[in-house]
Design a protein around this ligand. Structure first.
Ligand SMILES: C[S@@+](CC[C@H](N)C(=O)[O-])C[C@H]1O[C@@H](n2cnc3c(N)ncnc32)[C@H](O)[C@@H]1O
Length: 271
């Protein structure tokens, strides 16, 4: 295990102990709420019997929602503590999940064309090389399968509401692909329950827009939809330095929907 994986394994162990929101399993879902949570527009169609890989998705949220909708679900996560939360959710609903502790950059334990859907919540920025992950996802995803992921908006990674300087939220860091960025967690991730012990800072890596787009196309992904994602409701009239104001200026996240279509795009760059 390299230093990147070790750092996150230890950090997510501590975040789970501190009950950070990403580590709280969803124990009050039913089929309707699972559908609205995962896919309110029903882009995925009927999920019954679909093979779904929830990638770097431990915590007992997305996995169990897919299972409630009848999918065969595998979860891969670097953190044993996060995997335990999935186990807790599975036992709560008496559903079965295949749980694997592993690194999103190495899916070699899974065969080619194993999944209809790879569902990848926010975590791509925890590794420096997005292309490595895209390659692995393309290998395990069937032709016409769907890859859904959330990542940092490459222009604003590391920037937060605390960066308000009286005039704006100043961009200070070089726009370099793979560059490490370390910052303190926002307090909302604990929703009022501050951890007893200090937790290592969040360490992420910038993936530039060209890396995200070209990296997907190179692996035969057809981009179907991209959207900005914010925390709460962006409001340019809100008090500067609040989440609502910050996200009205710098939406922190992007969500990508892509279809695996090597049959149309081929593999590798055509340029
Ligand atoms: C923000 S959480 C996302 C999943 C969570 N279910 C949620 O909805 O918030 C990020 C997850 O990425 C995992 N992770 C970090 N680095 C990883 C890596 N290299 N390989 C696999 N999982 C990783 C963490 O353990 C954590 O569970």
């Amino acid at each position: 295990m390299d230093e990147v994986a070790k750092y996150n394994m230890e950090r997510w162990q501590a975040l789970a102990q501190a009950n950070a929101i990403f580590t709280r399993p969803y124990l009050a879902l039913d089929k309707d709420s699972a559908q609205s949570y995962l896919d309110p527009q029903r882009r995925l169609g009927d999920l019954a019997g679909k093979d779904v890989l929830c990638l770097a998705a431990g915590g007992g949220q997305q996995s169990i929602a897919f299972a409630l909708l009848g999918a065969n679900v595998t979860v891969v996560d670097i953190s044993e503590a996060q995997i335990q939360r999935d186990a807790q959710a599975a036992s709560h609903y008496k559903l079965s999940l295949k749980l694997v502790q592993g690194d999103m950059r190495d899916l070699s334990r899974f065969g080619e064309d194993s999944y209809n859907i790879v569902w990848h919540p926010y975590s791509l920025n925890f590794v420096p090389d997005a292309r490595k992950v895209f390659r692995e996802v393309a290998r395990v995803l069937r032709v016409k399968g769907i890859y859904h992921f959330m990542c940092a908006n490459p222009f604003f990674i590391g920037l937060g509401r605390k960066d308000w300087n009286g005039e704006g939220y100043a961009l200070k860091l070089p726009y370099v692909d793979g560059e490490g960025i370390t910052y303190e967690d926002e307090s909302w991730i604990y929703r009022g329950e501050r951890p007893d012990k200090p937790i290592k800072e969040c360490r992420e890596y910038r993936h530039t827009l060209s890396t995200l787009i070209n990296g997907l196309v190179e692996q035969g992904f057809l981009i179907l939809n991209v959207s900005e994602q914010s925390l709460g409701t962006p409001n340019a009239e809100a008090e500067p330095g609040t989440s609502e104001h910050f996200t009205s200026i710098a939406p922190p996240w992007l969500i990508f929907w892509a279809a695996h279509r090597p049959d149309i795009l081929g593999g590798g760059s055509r340029l």
